[in-house]
Design a protein around this ligand. Structure first.
Ligand code: ZN
Length: 102
């Protein structure tokens, strides 16, 4: 469980918006990182094809694959930087009162 960093409301797992203060809980850059990983894995297709065709001196598929790979890695890095630069939107729940008195 986590609390909203803005108002302290209890948050359910997986919510993207605080039910109490409507604060957006998604850190910026997370979508960019997901897109980057998708590109990263998708680039393996033209790279595999490109390694094959490169033996026939056709380097275009390989070049496209490497370009997609580089774009994906760039998106992941930019996404991570944006997430790191943004303030926390959630904080760990404080234990219930009396739980530590034992
Ligand atoms: Zn809130």
């Amino acid at each position: 469980m986590a609390d909203c960093a803005a108002c302290g409301a209890k948050l359910d797992e997986g919510v993207t918006r605080c039910p109490q203060c409507r604060a957006n809980l998604q850190r910026p850059g997370s979508l960019l990182q997901i897109g980057g990983w998708v590109l990263f894995f998708m680039s393996s297709i033209p790279i595999v094809v490109g390694v094959d065709t490169a033996e026939q001196r056709a380097y275009a598929p390989l070049a496209v694959g490497i370009a997609i790979l580089v774009a994906g890695v760039c998106m992941i890095l930019v996404g991570r930087a944006r997430t790191t630069a943004s303030p926390e939107t959630v904080r760990p729940s404080s234990p219930p009162a009396g739980a530590t008195s034992a």
